[in-house]
Each structure stands twice: as C-alpha cells, then as structure tokens.
Ligand binder design. Structure first.
Ligand code: ARG
Length: 583
C-alpha cells in the first residue's frame, strides 16, 4: 500500500502536469503546523524558477485543479507560494479503512524482496556478554524486525568471536591447571574432554587475560595455543568444541531473556575454510603484497583525508586476523545467500576496520559491485558520569547482571500496583524492566551515545517503554470492560478533534516506516509509538468512551482504539518489546 504522502503526491503531481509543469514538483509533505493545515507542497518555487513565473501564480493554478477533488476540505495558497492542504474527515476515515484492511497495516513494502544479511550480537566465546554487546543485540534485533516488516528477506547472523586469542588464553590456562587431561597429550587424536561450565569460563578468561599481561611466557604460550588450534591440533579442537558448547548455551539463554534470536550461529571459525580462497583471489588480482613481513592489501584512496593503513590479511607468523575472517565471511555470505545488502551492527569505534574490509571486498570483487556493505555503527551507553557504563565497583557490567538490576527496579516500582497480581508480578516486572532498557536505548539515534538512567527509563511519563506498556494496559482495560476483544469493528465516521489527531497519527505511520527503513533507524519507530500513545491518551481524555450513549459514536471509538492498540503493538514487536496485560 502507498503511504498517505505518496497518495497525495500523486494527486498534486497530476495537477502540476495538467498545468504544464513537471510532475516532480508535486511532492507533498506533512505539515509541521497541523493547526493550520495537514499537508504542504512547496513545488511552486522550483517550478517558478524554471518557468520564470511568480510561485504564487503557479500555486494558484495547481490549487484550482486539486480543489475539484472532493478529498480536499481546504486548499490554500500561502504567500509567497506554499500550497497548504487539509483533507476531509470522510477521506481520512476511508484511508483508515484501507489501512485497517491491509495485512501490513499500511506499512509500505519493499518492491523487490531483496535479501539482507544482518550481522549483530557479535559476542565472544568464553567471555561473558557485557554491556557493549547489549546495544548491538537490541539495535540489530529491531533492525531485523523492521526490515522484515517492510518486506525484505532478512537473515540474521550472530557472528561469534570464536577463533581468536581469547580461546588460546582459556585453553592454555586450562592446560596449566589440568596438565593430566588426555586432550593435552600430544598423541591425543580423539576422545572425550571433561565437562566445563559457564561459571568456570567466566572465571578463567579474565584470570588468563590478566596473567598474559604480566607473564610473558604465558602470553607466548597462549599465542602458540591459538596457532595450534587454528592449525587443527585435535586435542585443542576438542576442548574448543566443549568451550563453544558451554558458551553458546549460556549466550542463547541471555539472548532469549532479551527476546533476541538469530537465524545463524556462525562464528569467525566458520570463515576459516574460505581463507585460502580469499588469499587466492587477492593473489590472482595482484592485490596482495608484502609489508614488514605481513601480507597486506592497499585500500587508501587519494581522496582520503585521514591515514588509511593497508588491511592485513596474514600476519608475519602466517596467522589470520579479524579483517581476514570478516573478508572470508563476505565470500561465504555472498555464496550462500547472494544478499543485496550486508549490514553490520557494531560499535562505531570499529569504523576504520570496516572501511578497510569493505574497500578490500569491493576491490577484490568478493561481492557484485551493487551489493551494499554497510556499517550501522552505534555509540556508547554511558553512566551518569558520561563515561562508559560500569558496575558500582568500577568493573565492566555483565549483561546478565544488568537484566537482574532492571528487573529488580521494575519489581520495586510495581510493588504497590493494585493491577498486578501476585502470580504475574515477576513476569510483569521482567517485561517492564526490559522494555524500559530497550526503549531507553532505541529512542536515541543509534550513532549517538546516551546515558543509562534506569529511573528515567522506568518513568510512567515521557518517552519511555513503561509509558507505552502502560498505554496498552489502559486500552486493554477499556476493551475488557466493553467486551470487544474479538469484535470486528470499523470506524465509520469521525466526531471530534482529538479523534482526528489520532487518526492522522495512524495514517502517517506508513511514512514513518519508510523513513525508518531508509535510514535504518529504529528511533523513528520509537517516536511514532510514543506519538500514537500520546494521541490516544488525549483522545481518551477528551472522549468518554465508556459513558457514551450514542451507540454509533461509541462503536467508532472502540474500533479506533482497537486498531490503535494493534498498531502500537506492531511497533513494540519491531522493537522486540513484549507487552503486559495489566500494570
Ligand atoms: N566480536 C566482535 C567484538 O566483540 C564484534 C563482531 C562484529 N561483527 C563482525 N562481522 N566483525 O568486537
């Protein structure tokens, strides 16, 4: 379905054309002064330049044509040549009917069902998930859902960091503690490895990482273990598989709590089999050359303002690095899915890495020239001191602990609520807490830093997840009282100003989605959900639905709030926020 501004743009473009001007002047925007008019077109100015006429004259000509269309209540030309338009209530109601009948609720659908691979999450095996991974998970999940809602074929891949030095560190430390394990004997070919646990890994990694900073011999050993692992030493592969098993289980549990899930659980290690091919391609294309013992590809451009170092493909000890696996993964993704776009939802501080990788991928033609490789970089979540969020004792906050903290805060807030029953208390608190965190994050443009403020995020007022969930519960309550949960109702006419405002907010949703997907920015979805909730509240305040005696009017209102709830819930679903029945 077309969005409302697309529909009106067509009508106004026809009018420009009829008057002898180019259609492209007919673009219609939403007015930012709804009290004056609902829509605007400024095309007369550009037309005036081309035709050397006064914009006012052109606007008048166009106005005369569009006024004939009964959908317009009022068309005015404001000096020096703006065309201001207001639609009739009947027209707004008929568009609302179209949206209500549309399976996509008026959300515009991509013309070609292009495939997008979206790379987010990016946790590192053997290291606990920390707050830095939270944003990638939250933003990535909502971008995935947004793109699906807009009709794309989206494949999500967690891209586990499962092949780096952190594994070598953990295995080396395990070996120091348990030299008697079969898997550490050089003659080991196959067999069982003792069972590990997430708690063990959580303890071992920081310990080993710290040790490698002071103990040079251990550091060398960990590097050797990493290289041996990557070269396929059976005993290390066996321990690595056990580490993976434990880690992935633990990660899945954490992501599940966040309502985040992935189609693919590929890791950096899965790219390993494409590395030889990568090196071959780079060699064949004469892109690879030696520099200080390493094999590199130049990616600098003359237009670069900042230094752009070459991308390292193989280090002097022949090992691969982060860029190597990312490039090899591009080969794999292109082969398996031929995506039109690959989006990387990663901390924006990794921008240089991705610029190097993307340039190299394009130069080596690992993907067709029109495949979009894009970093959707995000900023940091900060504490009230403006520095990256830490625990009270100054350590890195683990994701699991954060979830616990917000759930507790939400539980405290809901403690006195008469609407939450004892048995629902825990689940409700969990949902409210997570909604608060997610909305508090997603309301900011992803590239911005923001301050984590749980009290603010949990507030029942303002742009918060809590306010949205609360709005849904208010609608639920009206629906329960009127027994209209499964009613098939339709808005037939519009009676009051607050109602018109709510209907307009609904009708403009399609345009918001268009912008959100174009800019890959879920914050527009947050803003719109808030706008719908505020318009509902105003409408509910101004119109006493339950006490209304005019049946037709009451039914229109109930139909309107049923649809409003459906639409807000669709927004929440895209933000991966689960509603609650009461709060
Ligand atoms: N594991 C990485 C990290 O923790 C993020 C991975 C991002 N994705 C990618 N394809 N490089 O920083």
């Amino acid at each position: 379905m077309k969005t409302i501004t697309q529909i009106l743009t067509e009508i106004v473009s026809d009018a420009f054309e009829k008057c002898g001007y180019d259609r492209s002047f007919g673009t219609v925007f939403v007015s930012d002064r709804m009290d004056l008019c609902q829509f605007q077109c400024n095309g007369s100015f550009a037309a005036a330049k081309q035709f050397k006429k006064a914009p006012f004259i052109i606007a008048e000509e166009v106005k005369n044509i569009i006024t004939e269309n009964p959908a317009f209540l009022k068309v005015e030309v404001a000096k020096p040549g703006f065309i201001n338009m207001t639609m009739t209530d009947e027209y707004l109601v008929s568009l609302l009917g179209d949206i209500a009948d549309d399976e996509h609720l008026g959300i515009p659908q991509a013309e070609n069902k292009e495939t997008i691979v979206i790379d987010y999450g990016g946790p590192n095996v053997a290291k606990p998930l920390h707050i830095g991974h939270l944003r990638s998970a939250i933003i990535g999940e909502s971008l995935k859902r947004l793109a699906r809602e807009c009709g794309y074929n989206v494949i999500s891949d967690v891209h586990l960091g499962d092949w780096g030095l952190q594994i070598g560190l953990v295995i080396a430390e395990l070996e120091e503690r348990n030299p008697e394990w079969e898997c550490f004997k050089p003659e080991f070919t196959e067999g069982k490895v003792p069972e590990l646990s997430a708690d063990m890994l959580n303890e071992i990694y920081p310990f080993a990482s710290q040790k490698s900073k002071t103990d040079e011999a251990f550091k060398v050993k960990a590097h050797q273990f990493t290289a041996d692992l990557q070269n396929g030493r059976p005993g290390y592969i066996a321990v690595w598989k056990e580490i993976l098993r434990v880690s992935i289980n633990d990660l899945k549990g954490n992501y599940e709590k966040l309502g985040v899930d992935f189609d693919l659980w590929y890791g950096e290690s899965d790219a390993d089999k494409y590395i030889d091919e990568l090196v071959q391609i780079l060699t064949d294309k004469n892109l690879l050359h030696e520099s200080e013992g390493a094999m590199v590809v130049d990616v600098a451009l003359e237009s670069d303002k900042a230094p752009m170092p070459p991308v390292i493909i193989k280090k002097s000890d022949n090992s691969s690095i982060y860029a190597t696996t990312d490039l090899a993964t591009i080969i794999q993704r292109n082969r398996d899915f031929s995506p039109k776009k690959i989006w990387y939802v990663v901390d924006k501080r990794q921008e240089l890495h991705f610029t190097q990788v993307f340039r190299c991928a394009k130069k080596a033609e690992l993907v067709p020239a029109d495949t979009e490789l894009e970093l959707l970089g995000f900023g940091t979540m900060n504490g009230s001191d403006g520095k990256p969020y830490k625990t009270r004792d100054g350590g890195v906050m683990k994701l699991a602990d954060l979830i616990e903290t917000v759930t507790e805060a939400a539980a405290e807030k809901l403690r006195t609520s008469e609407f939450v029953s004892e048995e629902n208390h825990t689940e409700t608190a969990k949902r409210v807490g997570i909604a608060a965190v997610k909305f508090g994050d997603l309301i900011n443009h992803r590239s911005k830093d923001y301050i984590f403020d749980i009290d603010k995020f949990l507030s029942f007022e303002g742009k918060t997840g809590t306010y949205l969930l609360y709005t849904i519960t208010r609608i639920n309550s009206i629906i329960r009282k009127t027994n209209t949960e499964n009613a098939d109702m339709k808005v037939n006419s519009l009676h009051t100003d607050a109602e018109r405002e709510l209907i307009l907010a609904i009708l403009l949703t399609g345009d918001v989605f268009r912008r959100a997907i174009e800019e890959k920015a879920p914050n527009y979805i947050c803003d719109n959900a808030y706008k719908l909730a505020v318009s509902f509240s105003k409408f509910y305040h101004d119109n006493h639905i339950l006490g209304e005696t005019d049946e037709a009017k009451k039914n229109d209102w109930l139909a309107l709030i049923l649809f409003t709830r459906k639409l807000i819930l669709r927004h929440l679903d895209i933000l991966a926020i689960e509603p609650v029945e009461n709060m």
